[in-house]
Design a protein around this ligand. Structure first.
Ligand code: DX5
Ligand code: ZN
Length: 236
């Protein structure tokens, strides 16, 4: 059984006190920092780019994962690696024919039914070729079977348990069956992102996830160290 790792999304931190937030992550014994990159096109929000990611890198030794919620992610992979990201998360919805309901600008969430495996794997290999981990990220409405042909090559999978765009949303249980499906076929890290807290963590761990991403649960806690420890305490 894989040990549980906690990844803190800095999206809910005080951006004026970033170095303190990162120090807090280290003091709380978490393993990772999660950088939510949004472009106002793939998702209806704009957040952080390579410049801030490079600043995060300066202030922590923790592993940094860049979760790219952006159109044309291939144009920015090198920039985030250069900024110091250890892992790059690619939304599979950028690599396939979009459903009619989300074809236009402003139509969310982005979803696909089939993955263009060759194009996706080209970027996976590019990331791994630069010595970083490549993560496949899946939106709640995208069927998990799109991963069938790529699991052998990705370093990890991230199952979205909210439609991406904002912190503080409610956990969507559709993630649980996906985690079970992937765990039955994949030995690597499986993360889950969105609405993770002390109530939702046991079920995702039971389903087979081993990386828990959290923003609002951690940063809104009166005792973040205890909050992180509580998530870990659900280890199988
Ligand atoms: C959602 C982001 C998540 C989000 C998690 O678009 O990818 O990483 O910040 O926030 P919480 O933990 O508050 O659901
Ligand atoms: Zn995220």
């Amino acid at each position: 059984m894989k040990s549980i790792e906690i990844s803190i999304s800095i999206l809910s931190s005080d951006f004026g006190k970033m170095s303190e937030a990162l120090k807090l992550c280290e003091d709380c014994g978490v393993e990772r920092v999660h950088v939510d990159v949004m472009d106002g096109h793939f998702v209806p929000n704009i957040t952080i780019g390579p410049v801030i990611t490079a600043a995060v890198r300066q202030y922590t030794q923790l592993s940094i994962e860049a979760h790219l919620m952006i159109e044309n992610p291939w144009d920015y992979i090198d920039a985030f690696i250069d900024a110091g990201a250890d892992e790059i998360g690619l939304q599979v919805e950028c690599y396939g024919q979009r459903r009619p309901a989300c074809l236009q600008y402003g139509q969310y969430p982005k979803e696909i039914d089939t993955l263009d495996q060759e194009v996706f794997l080209r970027d996976v290999r590019r990331i791994k070729g630069r010595g970083r981990k490549a993560c496949a990220v899946l939106n709640p409405g995208t069927p998990v079977e799109v991963l069938d042909g790529v699991l052998a090559e990705v370093s990890s999978v991230l199952v979205m348990s909210v439609n991406p765009g904002f912190s503080g949303q409610k956990f969507m249980p559709v993630a649980l069956d996906k985690i079970r499906y992937i765990r039955a076929r994949f030995q690597g890290d499986i993360g889950v992102d969105g609405g993770i807290n002390a109530e939702t963590a046991p079920a995702v761990i039971q389903a087979g996830a081993n990386i828990l991403i959290t923003a609002s649960y951690f940063f809104s806690s009166a005792d973040p160290k205890a909050a992180a420890a509580r998530l870990k305490s659900y280890s199988l």
